[in-house]
Design a protein around this ligand. Structure first.
Ligand SMILES: CC(C)(COP(=O)(O)OP(=O)(O)OC[C@H]1O[C@@H](n2cnc3c(N)ncnc32)[C@H](O)[C@@H]1OP(=O)(O)O)[C@@H](O)C(=O)NCCC(=O)NCCS
Length: 175
């Protein structure tokens, strides 16, 4: 089954949220309205919670997980993704926060406690180490990700365009 409960916690899907039949969404996961989860994604809210905001899209083969609470980290690390976020193909998000209107490039990895501030463009193949805080309005790129340059107006407008493009695309799939 694609969408399933774990220890009594069932995923909550907002209005018109879309989960591809081949994706897996488990446990304490909340999807905002018009969010979309594409083929072969694994979104596993078993030992902590995952929130994905309105109109955000998680593209093919991406993995989202969390960290459980233990001794020095009693609350563990949840994963929070804001609204209008584009997560490219084969991205790994683990116990981190991505604020609104970001684009996470394909094949990137974001580790526990990292915060990606609103309007970050993270280049394809980047790695964000544990606890890093990436300033918004910039292109960040590399392993580890470094601040490269300010975003252009066109790039700043692209975040919303990309999110809306995926809303339209998932509407086509839902028809
Ligand atoms: C980084 C990115 C935004 C391009 O930024 P840019 O400032 O226009 O960079 P350019 O294309 O002019 O390339 C500048 C240099 O960076 C290199 N480069 C580009 N993207 C790179 C990446 N992801 N990782 C490492 N190097 C990269 C280029 O080869 C070039 O190197 P050179 O100067 O030695 O020739 C783009 O390549 C990218 O990664 N976009 C993400 C796309 C994506 O994953 N979308 C999600 C799926 S829909």
């Amino acid at each position: 089954m694609t969408i399933r409960s774990f220890k009594g916690a069932a995923p909550k899907l907002g209005a018109r949220a879309y989960v591809d039949d081949s994706a897996v969404v488990i446990g304490n996961v909340e999807l905002g309205e018009d969010a979309s989860i594409w083929p072969m994604c694994s979104i596993r809210g078993d030992v902590n919670s995952i929130h994905i905001g309105a109109r955000s899209n998680i593209q093919d083969g991406s993995v989202i997980h969390v960290t459980h609470g233990y001794g020095e980290l009693p609350d563990g690390k949840a994963t929070r993704i804001g609204s209008d976020v584009t997560v490219g193909h084969k991205v790994m998000l683990h116990g981190c926060t991505v604020e609104d209107l970001c684009l996470i490039g394909m094949d990137s990895v974001i580790l526990d406690g990292a915060i990606i501030r609103s309007k970050v463009l993270l280049g394809a193949g980047s790695l964000v180490p544990e606890g890093k805080d990436l300033e918004g309005g910039y292109l960040w790129l590399g392993r580890p990700a470094k601040k490269m340059r300010e975003l252009t107006d066109k790039e700043l407008q692209w975040f919303e365009y990309s999110a809306m493009h995926y809303v339209k695309l998932k509407n086509d799939y839902m028809e």
